[in-house]
Structures are given as structure tokens and as C-alpha cells.
Design a protein around this ligand. Structure first.
Ligand SMILES: *Cc1c(COP(=O)(O)O)cnc(C)c1O
Length: 369
């Protein structure tokens, strides 16, 4: 890949494969795995990540929208794809055309899908979403049984899956167990009514790692596959970070003490210092609220972003450390003995690791290693 600005993200597909295998070891052998690759595979690159996962025999990919699903199909990916977000009636032809599996929790939509499937003389697989306490999409669990009984009547719809989602598996054990209980009860009620749904799933990364009883016969991790932990202090699984963010010093100069840096002069040098400029900024999704907080590694030594983060550039006061244009700087990843994790940046930025990686813009080329 040809690019001139020396700012890039390295995506280590070997580590992705390692994490996938770690997750596989945590679930029983008959349990299928869907990896969520929405939002450009959490910023890691939809197509290269999905191709790697396909080569590792992942069972399903999860995307947020039909558009993401079509991109996968156009890249030649043939494995089943669940669209986790909702669709409109008008979208039925696209789902059939690209063989994408929709999430269903509305009878009108189910009817439109049934009609379109009949027109194509091919049944359509759907997964039904049940709300056991997320309060987002999904039929309320109390109303799920009669709803499913209606959908079962539609001849051209095949209910392949049933699923639910956890709002705080990372924080509230009791609530998550309660949700699993509600979901189990529904599965049993369906069985008693003679309705058999082949795939039952609920576990996100935290579910996979922390709740054996949430695995059912398919799990749906995202974050952990990218080597990120849904919570600190998780023993029992070792993950390897997949993404590093790197750049190079484009300019270095000596400035006097008492010298203000960047917009607003929120940083003033204490003494005569070397100040370097790095070509990355909030225009790349590097959060501006990390100004004066975020660590940076240059030649194995830890520094801090100095002054406000600009749209395309940031400065670092490196004191008397010898740094010149062309030296590498690491914003996420390791250099020498030092390491900056996505989790560390997320904490400093008062957000979650998901937002840091999803936020990295398309202006940053991804290099696959
Ligand atoms: C994104 C998503 C997941 C994966 O969650 P992680 O916390 O990244 O493991 C699972 N299920 C649904 C419905 C999702 O939207």
C-alpha cells in the first residue's frame, strides 16, 4: 500500500487468529461461533479481518447493517451473515439477493420477508431477537412465545436462530443470570410447544468469558477477538492485542522555557526543551480529550502529548531526549519495554475500548501483518 503520511495502524492477523482459538477453547466443541465484524471490524478492517476469520472456519459473521453485509458478499465471503440491526420492509429483496440473514422482531417485517421469499421461491432464514432486559431492539420476552408462533406459520420463513443480548454482563452478575433464566424459560416453552429453533445464542465477549451457562449453542464475541478485554482483572483468558497505532516524528526543534504549545497554549514548557510534531490528530479519531494526557512512546521511552491535539498534528515535549524527524512514535502498542493499551487510552479518554478502536478514521491506512 502506497501512502506518504507516516501514520498507520498495524493489524496483526496472527494475534486475531490466536484470540479466536482462545475463545474456541472456552466453548464446548459443538458450540458455533459468530464473530461480530460490524463498524469495519471494530476499526480493524472489515474485509481482511472477515477473510481471516473465514479461513479459521468461523461459523457466522455478525454485521450491523445490510450495507456491511453486502460489502462482505462483494468481497466473495460466502459464510452465513447475520444482520444484527433492524431492517425495513423495502429491504427484503436485498436480503434475499445477498443471502443475508435478518434479525426479526416485528410481524409486519416478517410478513414482507415471507412474501419476498415466496416470490424468489426460496425460504429465508431469520433470527428472532428477544429483549430480556436490554431495552433496545427485540420482542419483550413475555410476548416472545405468541410472536414466534405467528412467525412459524409463515411458510417461506425458516426461523434458524433465537437470540438475546446482555446490557451489563461486565458489571452485574445477578441481572445477567436473571436474563439467562428468562431466555432459558422461553427456550423450554418453545420446546413444549414443539417449536425447535436450531441456533440459540446470547453471549457477547463477556458472556463467553464469564458465563458458561450463556453459551447455548452459539456465541457472539467481538471485542475479545480483537484482543481487548471487556473488563479489567479477567483471569482465565489470555488475549493478544491486534491493533497498533504508529506514526513518525515529522519535525523536531528546540524551544525555550516558558514556551506555549498548540491551540490555547494549554501546555507551557518548564525549561528549554525539544518539541516534536507527529502527523496525527482528532481528524483521525485520536480523541481530543486526550490532550495533555495521552502517553506516546518514542524509541522505547514514554512521553505525554503536550498541548491540545490538533486536527492533523500533535506535539510532544521530549525534554533533552535526542529525537529527530523520521523516528517512530507509538500511540497504541509497544516500543522497547513500554506498552500503551487501548484500554489505557479508553480510561484516560473517559470512554470504553470499543469507541477508541471504532473511532480510528479511514484516513489511517491499515497494514496487515
Ligand atoms: C456487538 C455485538 C456483540 C459483540 O459484543 P462484544 O462485547 O464486542 O463481544 C454481540 N451481540 C450483539 C447483538 C452485538 O451488537
Amino acid at each position: 500500500m502506497q501512502f506518504y503520511r507516516p501514520t498507520w495502524a498495524e493489524v496483526n492477523l496472527g494475534n486475531l487468529a490466536y484470540n479466536f482459538r482462545q475463545i474456541k477453547k472456552m466453548v464446548s466443541s459443538g458450540t458455533k461461533i459468530m464473530v461480530t465484524v460490524k463498524a469495519d471490524a471494530y476499526g480493524h478492517g472489515l474485509i481482511p479481518v472477515s477473510k481471516k476469520l473465514a479461513s479459521l472456519k468461523v461459523d457466522f459473521l455478525g454485521v450491523a447493517s445490510i450495507d456491511e453485509g453486502i460489502k462482505l458478499r462483494q468481497a466473495g465471503i460466502k459464510i452465513p451473515i447475520l444482520v444484527l440491526g433492524l431492517i425495513f420492509k423495502k429491504d427484503a429483496p436485498a436480503l434475499l439477493r445477498y443471502r443475508l440473514t435478518p434479525t426479526v422482531c416485528d410481524l409486519q417485517i416478517a410478513l414482507a420477508l415471507d412474501k419476498e421469499a415466496r416470490k424468489c421461491s426460496r425460504p429465508i432464514n431469520v433470527h428472532i431477537k428477544v429483549d430480556t432486559g436490554m431495552g433496545r431492539i427485540g420482542v419483550l420476552h413475555q410476548e416472545a412465545l405468541p410472536f414466534i408462533e405467528e412467525v412459524v406459520k409463515l411458510k417461506h420463513i425458516n426461523i434458524e436462530g433465537l437470540f438475546t443480548h446482555f446490557p451489563f454482563a461486565d458489571m452485574d452478575r445477578d441481572f445477567t443470570s436473571y436474563q439467562i433464566g428468562l431466555f432459558n424459560r422461553l427456550v423450554n416453552d418453545l420446546k413444549n410447544e414443539g417449536i425447535r429453533i436450531p441456533l440459540v445464542h446470547s453471549a457477547n465477549s463477556m458472556g463467553v468469558i464469564g458465563y458458561r451457562e450463556s453459551h447455548f449453542n452459539m456465541v457472539r464475541p467481538g471485542l475479545a477477538v480483537y484482543g481487548l478485554y471487556p473488563r479489567e482483572d479477567l483471569n482465565g483468558i489470555k488475549l493478544r492485542p491486534v491493533l497498533s497505532l504508529k506514526t513518525k516524528v515529522v519535525y523536531a526543534k528546540r524551544v525555550p522555557g516558558g514556551f506555549g504549545l498548540s491551540y490555547g497554549h494549554t501546555y507551557i514548557t518548564e525549561k528549554p526543551s525539544s518539541v516534536v510534531t507527529l502527523p496525527i490528530g482528532y481528524g483521525d479519531g485520536y480523541p481530543r480529550n486526550l490532550s495533555n494526557f495521552a502517553p506516546v512512546l518514542i524509541k522505547g521511552k514514554r512521553f505525554r502529548i503536550s498541548g491540545n491535539i490538533c486536527m492533523d498534528q500533535v506535539m510532544v515535549d521530549v525534554g533533552d531526549f535526542a529525537v529527530k524527524a523520521g523516528d517512530e512514535a507509538v500511540l497504541i502498542g509497544s516500543s522497547g519495554k513500554e506498552k500503551i493499551t487501548v484500554e489505557e487510552l479508553a480510561t484516560l479518554s473517559a470512554t470504553i475500548p470499543y469507541e477508541i478502536v471504532c473511532g480510528l478514521g479511514s484516513r489511517i491506512p491499515r497494514l496487515y501483518i
